[in-house]
Design a protein around this ligand. Structure first.
Ligand SMILES: Nc1ncnc2c1ncn2[C@@H]1O[C@H](COP(=O)(O)OP(=O)(O)O)[C@@H](O)[C@H]1O
Ligand SMILES: [Mg+2]
Length: 227
């Protein structure tokens, strides 16, 4: 479902004499439907960079990044947008929302974008917010003023709202209490059971051991960093 072939990434720092930093060299990996793979490796190894390339935020210099049958390295912007809407979900580390949109609509939006009816989207949004222990009195408020942990749970509800065939998770259990951490791990297990291919960054080793089938040490693709 997610296939990378010989992907390389360099950054050119135009404001620093066009210095070129080689971050990742010749990355090849595959994640099948129903599988969860953890990205590991020291800080600076390129885990977040790799995830941003797979989501199409960073351009790869070389190689192929296939999500289903689309190669994101060659895709037109509108194809990338369609892949993100329908196929590839991304739970980033922090919630980014438009101000003044109520929490229920923040969570329902990815479902509305793929044509789920307003009622069905609302019902699933309510179920997810309950499951993640967001008090009902907050549902009609914008999450912009919520605590860090509440925002993270809204972010997770939104990320799991649509049943994406492929998902990227960047530290989804960070800073959650034990109860909510358990809910998130269950959502990941359910997504795997329905066939989602998942790539995750988890600093929580116990979480990783429970939901991930394998680990890929990104530092083996980092020039100058021993794996
Ligand atoms: N936008 C950028 N411009 C220049 N260098 C970057 C950029 N993003 C990341 N890097 C560099 O790429 C390397 C990998 O960073 P990152 O992917 O954040 O690592 P990790 O997530 O594994 O800690 C670091 O050396 C970092 O400085
Ligand atoms: Mg990182």
């Amino acid at each position: 479902m997610i296939d990378l072939n010989n992907v390389s990434k360099t950054f050119t720092l135009h404001n620093q004499g066009s210095a070129v930093i080689e971050v990742l060299n010749d990355v090849s990996l595959s994640v099948a439907a129903g599988e969860c793979v953890a990205l590991t490796g020291a800080s600076g190894a390129g885990k977040s960079t790799l995830m941003r390339m797979i989501y199409g935020n960073y351009m790869a210099q070389a190689g192929e990044i296939r999500i289903g049958d689309v190669d994101l390295v060659q895709a037109e912007p509108r194809e990338i947008i369609a892949v993100r809407r329908e196929v590839l979900g991304y739970v980033s580390q922090f919630l980014r929302v438009v101000p003044r949109v109520q929490t229920l609509d923040v969570v329902a939006e990815p479902m509305r974008a793929v044509g789920v009816s307003a009622d069905a989207a609302q019902a699933r949004a309510q179920a997810l917010l309950s499951q993640l222990n967001i008090p009902e009195r907050l549902w009609t408020l914008s999450p912009t003023t919520f605590s860090g942990g509440e925002q993270q749970r809204v972010n997770i509800a939104r990320g799991f709202a649509h049943a994406y065939p492929a998902m990227l998770l960047d530290e989804p259990t960070a800073s959650l209490d034990a109860t909510n951490r358990e809910v998130v791990l269950t959502l990941i297990e359910e997504a795997k059971a329905r066939g989602a291919a998942i790539i995750g960054i988890f600093h929580d080793e116990a979480a990783r051991a429970r939901v991930c089938d394998r680990e890929i040490d990104v530092s083996r693709f980092t020039p100058g960093m021993a794996a």
